[in-house]
Structure formats: structure tokens, C-alpha cells
Design a protein around this ligand. Sequence first.
Ligand SMILES: Cc1cc2nc3c(=O)[nH]c(=O)nc-3n(C[C@H](O)[C@H](O)[C@H](O)COP(=O)(O)OP(=O)(O)OC[C@H]3O[C@@H](n4cnc5c(N)ncnc54)[C@H](O)[C@@H]3O)c2cc1C
Length: 382
Amino acid sequence: MKHIAAVGAGFSGAVIARSLVEAGYRVKVFDIRDHVAGNCHTERDPDSGVMVHRYGPHIFHTDSERVWEYLHQFTELMPYTNRVKTTSGNKVYSLPINLLTINQFFCKAMSPTEAMAFIEGQADLNIADPQTFEEQALRFVGRDLYEAFFKGYTQKQWGCSPNQLPASILKRLPIRFNYDDNYFFHKYQGMPRDGYTAIVEKILDHPGISVELGTKFTREHVQEFHHVFYSGPIDGFFDYELGRLGYRTLDFKEIRAEGDYQGCAVMNYGDESVPYTRIAEHKHFSPWEKHEKTICFEEYSRACGPKDIPYYPIRLTQEEAMLRDYVQKARDEEGVSFVGRLGTYRYLDMDVTIAEALEAANEFLTLVEQGRKIPPFFVEPI
Ligand SMILES: Cc1cc2nc3c(=O)[nH]c(=O)nc-3n(C[C@H](O)[C@H](O)[C@H](O)COP(=O)(O)OP(=O)(O)OC[C@H]3O[C@@H](n4cnc5c(N)ncnc54)[C@H](O)[C@@H]3O)c2cc1C
């Protein structure tokens, strides 16, 4: 019997591989990198002993009972609440913007109701139908909060002015009128005791799965397999023949120190004059561990070149048009399903990635049983 190939040893590839071996298939997992876990990869820094999130901080959060329980089969999830601070105009504030942020920023002591009325007074009500990120922010919170907390950060993150970004990026009022500074709204939140790579290693630890690291999978290999689940970049699969889909990439500048460098896991920098978007101090992601030394990373965002790691899909009008063409090419291809954040060119949190991978494997098994065709996408990219 031919094997199934899972391209990419991130959560997408690993979860699909595991589901299929448990249903009796043999799966070969490929990754171009020399480690598993994709962008969620964690490793212990040999000098400080701190668990480092190699491709940027990852906090697990979800509303899905199914995904939360799935992950518990492979790790212990330690209690963790993501609380982010931001430095703006040489002062430190709490994020997401909450009553503490508003009261500190405007030097007031307002109650929730007073603050609501106050922010309504700040909002630019002349903007009836916001078209851009900037208009949306001005409409919601007014110029002062926009400039302190959104303008510089967004400019640095996306490399363009917020008035060139669509309003849809800022979907709802980005403010809380209470003192809740938990960054996420989800019911479950936690950090894996031994990092994310240990989870993925466990998911892949099955006699029916073989893993080939340091191996680039290309279109020519497809015919060697019964079916291919491809979680690499969709444009890369077609050798970028229609051009490259736009991504932002990140550069990390390491800082080493003794003790506690910044007193929190994540400090954003809202001012445009500071070139990085944030500093992450990784020992604070494992508050149950004790380390004398510390390691932090300044995070710089820029346009992704051909040799860089793609992080955030840009998905503006131009990219949407190119994506449409790649999706059409994928539909004409036999024996491949495109999955995950790169295969479908979407930003996906880990819980969504895992849920979609479980669903893709289930659907595959059902379709095979019914003798039906396997689709190029289990979730439509557009
Ligand atoms: C900076 C940053 C912070 C994030 N923080 C969070 C967070 O706090 N919480 C959260 O839930 N999510 C977070 N995410 C999202 C998280 O990283 C993704 O959900 C997850 O990585 C998606 O898994 P994946 O398997 O689809 O993709 P990936 O992890 O990217 O895995 C794809 C793999 O495919 C491999 N590959 C590509 N092409 C080929 C090829 N041709 N041949 C062989 N291998 C190939 C790559 O090397 C890679 O390892 C964050 C993302 C970023 C960018």
C-alpha cells in the first residue's frame, strides 16, 4: 500500500499524520527544517536554561473543548494568562486598552460608565462609514488613543500607513471598560510544561509515522503517494510561477541579561521612533520555572523576501487576486490537499490549526470510505 505524505511537521502535518495512522494508514512526514513543530518550535537555551519560542512567542488559547482535550493527551498544560504591556511616549500602560489604560493615559479616575461616555466624546463621529484601519480606529477611540496605541505599532507591523490598511483589520471596539487585562477572551489558556516541540514529537511518536527532516518536498514527489497533505506555502508548491504571495517576516535581536530584564513576558512599543514592535522575555512564558539568567528578543517586522521565513500573510487586494489564481491551479492538481496556515495563506492560531487538521483527516477518511474524490481544500482559502 502507498503511504500518505504529510508535508510540514508543524501542527497541521503532525495532527493529520497521527489521525491517519490511528485509522490504519502509514504516513511519511517531511520538513525542510531540521526540527519538528514548525513555527511553534521551542527549545531550551543552553546558557540560561530558558525555554525559548524560536519563531516568536506562542500562547495556547481556545474555546474548543475538543482541541483542549486533544492537546492534553500529549502534554500537561500549565496555567498561564497572557498579560501584555506597552510603552508609549516613555510611559508604560496595560493592554488591551482597558479602564486602567484609559484612566492612566488621560490622568483620570473614571468609572466604567463615565469612561464609556468619555471615549464616545473622543470618537470621531464624522466618519460615518470607515474604510481604512485609521478611520476605523478614529471612529472607535479618537485621535489620542489611536496615535498612542495603534498608529506606530500598526505602521511597524505592516510596513505601511494604517490609512492604507482595510478597516476590517480592526473589527470591533478594541477597548474594555473594566480592569480585565487578560489578552484573550477564550475559555481555556495555557502553556505546555515542556514546550511545543515536545508535544509535536509525541504526536509523531507512532510506529506508523516516519519523519524526514531537512527534506524539501516538491511537486514531483506527489505521485509516489496515495495522497499528499501539503502544509507548505501554496505558491511554493507551484514554484512561484504566478509570483510570490506577500508575507511579513520577523527578525529577532537577542538580548541576554541577569535576573529580570523587563518584568513581563511581552512589552509592546507603540512609538514609531522605536524600530522594533515588541520585546519578549521568554522565561516569563514559563512562570513555574526559575532561572537566574534571562533571554529576550526584540522583534522587527519587515517585508518577506525569497530567502526569509514567511510569518504573517498580507492579504490585501493584490494578494487576493494572486491567491485566486493559485487556488485555481490547486483545483487542477491531482492527489494533493492544501492545509494549514501556508497551504491556505491564512493567519491561523494553533487551536484553529489543530481543529482544522482533525477535521481534514476525518473528512478524508469518510471520503475514502465512500469512494469519493479528495478535495484540494478542506477549508476554502478565499
Ligand atoms: C509570530 C507569531 C506568533 C504566533 N503566536 C501564536 C500564539 O500566541 N497563539 C497561537 O495559537 N498561535 C500563534 N501563532 C500561529 C501559529 O504559529 C500557527 O497556528 C501554526 O504554526 C500553524 O501550524 P502549521 O502546521 O499550519 O504551519 P507551520 O508551523 O508553519 O508548519 C509548516 C511547516 O512546513 C514546512 N515546509 C514548508 N514547505 C515545505 C516543503 N516544501 N517541504 C517540506 N517542508 C516544508 C515548514 O518548514 C514548516 O515547518 C503565531 C504565529 C506567528 C507568526
